[in-house]
Design a protein around this ligand. Structure first.
Ligand SMILES: [Fe+2]
Ligand SMILES: [Fe+2]
Length: 179
């Protein structure tokens, strides 16, 4: 059983992860329109990751016998100056998600909710990886500067990224994730 405040905060986190998916979907479309299909691929893979983050929370709330309450999704921005700008916005957003996860963890600790603490540990680790990925690509984009040849080389590299999370949620995500 979840504390009422904990349940509300977990439901809010579902919305935040869904918004993340929406944001990266917008960046994927913008990248494709710029002719950067590798960047478009990277952001679409990230979209899948975010949907997975949302689904893991969804499943956890359900397994606790509680109701998932979905809220309105905010529209993502449409203005992106450059690939570097997109990754800077991505990092800023992921730092916000990290602080949100930390707040969830602090709430779980204050409510002596051990199950939710253990559940959230996965997200704490995942956020380190997310910020690291964004920092790596930002560093590369800064080195690239205004060099279109180098940008296309990075685009080709980002085209190689493939989804490592399950993308079919019909049977749930828990069994797939622990495999
Ligand atoms: Fe996420
Ligand atoms: Fe990730």
């Amino acid at each position: 059983m979840l504390h009422k405040k904990m349940l509300g905060a977990l439901n809010e986190q579902i919305n935040k992860e869904m918004y993340s998916a929406y944001l990266y979907m917008a960046m994927s479309s913008h990248s494709a329109n710029m002719g950067l299909k590798g960047f478009a691929n990277w952001f679409m893979v990230q979209y899948h990751e975010e949907m997975y983050h949302a689904m893991k929370l969804y499943e956890y709330v359900q397994r606790q016998g509680e109701e998932v309450v979905l809220d309105t999704l905010q529209a993502p921005p449409t203005d992106f100056e450059s690939p570097l700008d997109m990754f800077k916005q991505t990092l800023t957003h992921e730092r916000y998600i990290t602080s949100s996860i930390n707040e969830l963890m602090e709430l779980a600790i204050s409510k002596k909710d051990h199950a939710t603490q253990i559940f959230l540990e996965w997200y704490v680790t995942e956020q380190v990886e997310e910020e690291e990925n964004d920092n790596d690509i930002i560093a590369q984009l800064k080195l690239i500067g205004d060099n279109p040849h180098a940008l296309l080389m990075l685009d080709r590299e980002l085209a190689q990224r493939a989804a490592t999370v399950p993308t079919d949620f019909s049977k749930g995500v828990e069994s797939a994730a622990s495999a």
